[in-house]
Design a protein around this ligand. Structure first.
Ligand code: FES
Length: 98
């Protein structure tokens, strides 16, 4: 089992190793937004605060969309990420709902 801490929602969940982040978010209803789900729009940008090594490898779509310095700072695209194992903490900018 892996554990993921969704910092903006103050929510911690235990999940199966290898889970797709987008599916977890859909199941448990966290406030992270998704758009294209294909790694091209950037709506799902997250910053990994802890456990970046516990995530799947950076995809070609992420390399295309994110700058190398973004990746170094722990940014990922939520729609591209799988949680392989262990503890992970992520954060994101909350969208302003009108
Ligand atoms: S939802 Fe568009 S890049 Fe992730």
């Amino acid at each position: 089992m892996a554990t993921i801490n969704f910092i903006p929602d103050n929510a911690i969940h235990q999940i199966e190793d290898g889970s797709q982040l987008i599916e977890i978010c859909d199941e448990i209803g966290v406030s992270l937004s998704f758009g294209c789900t294909e790694g091209t729009c950037g709506v799902c940008e997250i910053t990994v605060l802890e456990g970046i090594k516990n995530l799947s490898k950076v995809t070609d779509e992420e390399k295309e969309y994110l700058l190398p310095e973004d990746l170094e700072e722990g940014m990922r695209l939520g729609c591209q990420v799988k949680v392989r194992k262990g503890d992970v903490s992520i954060t994101w900018k909350k969208s302003k709902k009108t």
